[in-house]
Design a protein around this ligand. Structure first.
Ligand code: G6P
Length: 622
């Protein structure tokens, strides 16, 4: 979504703000702007389009200011035009505001302010904020911002500077993330930590209903009632190198290549290497979640969006088939308005790579709220699965499985999907062990096979990338793709189609292979390739039959098949072979060639793989 940065200190703000925005551009990128305060004046520069447009404009207009705020936008209210780009100013151009979120009551506020003579210049909801601050401003900027946030409804994070307060940067948070970085005589704010970690790892995340005053001397945190709070920064333990491309052409490709390491890290964190099937003293999996959360479960509800929703569908399959617990997966954006009936002893899991998706957070909050006053067996049991435990999700739910994937910059999720799948393997095996739904020897077998995965993913990357890059050339004109899979690999077909749509803008759909004949087959002809996941297992024969049905309609057939499948060449026009794995683990090896296919088709078309049009890495509005 949008990105906010702010700086106050002893260095020139322009370059720090631009560099910060570059780190946040993956979250939203249709326009950008910066406002700085120098020589008693506010200087504001904005540009439509990618950040390099703003950078070029700024070359000619450096101010040498030590204080400023910046923003990269993903349009919600008002088209992506320069006049709608942030920062927004008050009528006299003395106050500048950047905002992330949505001000729901902006229409009433705008009318009220227009009647008082305020001149509006954009179509955005944000512009009411500088005008309201101007309305309340007398001798304290902080107090004017406090009175302003009191009037705002919705989810927002804001940063404010004013030409009349050259030593103050005010920030406030309500349901949208905002962190403060503590340097030596300089302070930073940002909606996401990648903009801060190149300067300092001492970071304080504001909670909802909190605001802060940053000055060259320090940071004071207050609640919206104006009471001073005692809060201290913590040290982030991640490496700024994670947010560099390290020689790869795109973050997406780098993140695809990080997957063996991510799988290794999650195995090291959660799988107990010393456990043996006859060992009753220790558990095979250590998730660090209290027994009261995981024991005696009767139902599991999973809430997620996008790629995380696909991972959750695999999770449902694993939990139901391995641990025997009825599991429901719902789009978080639907759950809040049509919640599932209340069931007893239910674990609700929110899955979100960013930990900031507004739909998922809102659904989890609604679930917590509706259950909190009920009897013990109906009380909320909440768990989050994320690679960003420091996110808003981490503050909302008491239990987190950190997927060990680190930050992901490419908008199209790759390593975080695989990492979420790993979390579901561990959860399903842990529950199966507790409930004795699997023989301990079977649990050990799956754990042994999981340990083979990093090397198997490396093999796919080494052996397949060049071939897939070549193959991608052949789809320069293709307008539609169909992906099919069955059982555990139906969600992988959905994910393969989503990856292609997101970054290549080719229309693509995923179906359960058996459903092809019930409608989608009408779309097939020689111009519509079908990608089929046909890996060994109990649906293999059926998937091959479904592929033959597509072949009979002249579709070009691409098969994700096992390296040992000697028959596959008779069915498929192109083969994407992967090592033969335990059927339960097939989604992890199946998705790798699909990620590479989407990547190379988009890269071949010369598209902006890491920042595809209209998308944002995390969507912090509902
Ligand atoms: C956005 C992204 C998708 C992502 C979805 C859910 O729409 O573009 O790639 O899958 O949000 O994100 P989350 O952070 O909740 O996993």
């Amino acid at each position: 979504m949008c990105g906010i940065v702010g700086y106050i200190g002893t260095q020139t703000a322009d370059e720090i703000l631009l560099a910060g925005l570059e780190k946040l551009e993956y979250r939203g990128y249709d326009s950008a702007g910066i406002a700085t305060v120098a020589d008693g004046q506010l200087h504001c520069i904005r540009a439509k389009g990618k950040l390099h447009n703003l950078r070029s404009k700024m070359e000619a207009a450096k101010t040498g200011a030590y204080l400023g705020i910046g923003h990269t936008r993903w349009a919600t209210h008002g088209k992506p035009e320069e006049h709608n780009a942030h920062p927004h100013l008050d009528t006299h151009g003395r106050i500048a505001v950047v905002q992330n979120g949505i001000i729901e009551n902006y229409r009433e506020l705008r009318e009220e302010l227009q009647q008082k003579g305020h001149e509006f210049r954009s179509d955005t909801d944000t512009e009411v904020i500088p005008h309201l601050i101007a309305e309340y401003l007398s001798d304290s900027l902080q107090e004017a911002v406090r009175q302003t946030v009191d009037r705002l409804q919705g989810a927002f994070a804001i940063a404010v500077v004013c030409a009349d307060f050259p030593d103050e940067l005010i920030v406030a948070r309500q349901q949208a993330p905002l962190s403060i970085g503590f340097g030596q005589g300089e302070f930073f704010c940002a909606s996401d930590t990648p903009a801060i970690v190149p300067h300092t790892r001492a970071v304080l995340s504001l909670d909802n209903g909190e605001m802060a005053k940053l000055t060259p001397l320090g940071v004071e945190v207050y609640n919206f009632e104006g009471d001073r709070l005692k809060k201290y920064p913590r040290t982030l333990n991640w490496n700024p190198i994670l947010v560099e491309k390290q020689g790869f052409k795109h973050f997406m490709l780098k993140e695809i290549y990080e997957q063996p390491g991510v799988v290794r890290a999650s195995l090291e964190t959660y799988a107990n290497v010393n456990w043996q099937p006859d060992d009753t003293d220790t558990m095979p999996i250590h998730l660090g979640i209290p027994d009261a959360v995981l024991n005696d479960l009767e139902h599991i509800h999973i809430l997620a969006c996008g790629t995380s929703w696909h991972a959750s569908l695999v999770g449902k399959y694993l939990i139901e088939q391995l641990a025997g617990i009825p599991t429901m997966v719902q789009y978080a954006s639907e759950f809040r308005y049509a919640p599932s009936p209340l069931t007893a002893n239910t674990l609700t899991i929110g899955v979100t790579q960013s930990g900031e998706t507004a739909d998922t957070l809102a659904a989890l909050s609604a679930e917590r709220q509706r259950r909190s006053h009920l009897a013990d067996n109906l009380k909320p049991r909440l768990l989050g699965i994320t690679n960003r435990p420091e996110s808003s999700l981490g503050q909302l739910v008491p239990n987190i499985i950190d997927t060990c994937a680190g930050i992901e910059i490419g908008v199209a999720a790759t390593k975080t999907f695989v990492a979420q799948l790993m979390a579901f393997y561990f959860l399903a095996l842990d529950l199966a062990y507790r409930r004795q739904t699997l023989l301990t020897s079977k649990i050990q077998e799956i754990l042994t096979d999981l340990r083979q995965l990093p090397a198997q993913i490396e093999l796919i990357l080494e052996s397949q990338e060049r071939y897939i890059e070549e193959l991608a050339h052949e789809f320069g004109e293709t307008k539609d793709f169909i992906f099919v899979g069955r059982g555990l690999n139906f969600p992988v077909a959905l994910e393969g189609a989503l990856k292609l749509k997101e970054i290549s803008y080719i229309h693509a759909e995923g179906y359960p292979a058996g459903e092809l004949k019930h409608g989608p087959i009408a779309l097939l002809d020689s111009k519509v390739p079908v990608v089929s996941i046909a890996l060994p297992g109990n649906t293999y024969e059926k998937v091959i039959s479904n592929a033959q049905e597509a072949k009979a309609r002249d579709s070009r057939l691409i098969g994700v098949v096992s390296l040992n499948d000697e028959e596959a060449a008779h069915t498929f026009d192109n083969l994407l072979p992967v090592p033969e794995v335990n059927e339960w683990l097939s989604p992890i090896v199946a998705v790798i060639p699909l990620q590479l296919l989407a990547y190379h088709i988009a890269a071949r078309r010369g598209l902006d793989v890491d920042q595809p049009r209209n998308l944002a890495k995390s969507v912090t509005v509902e």
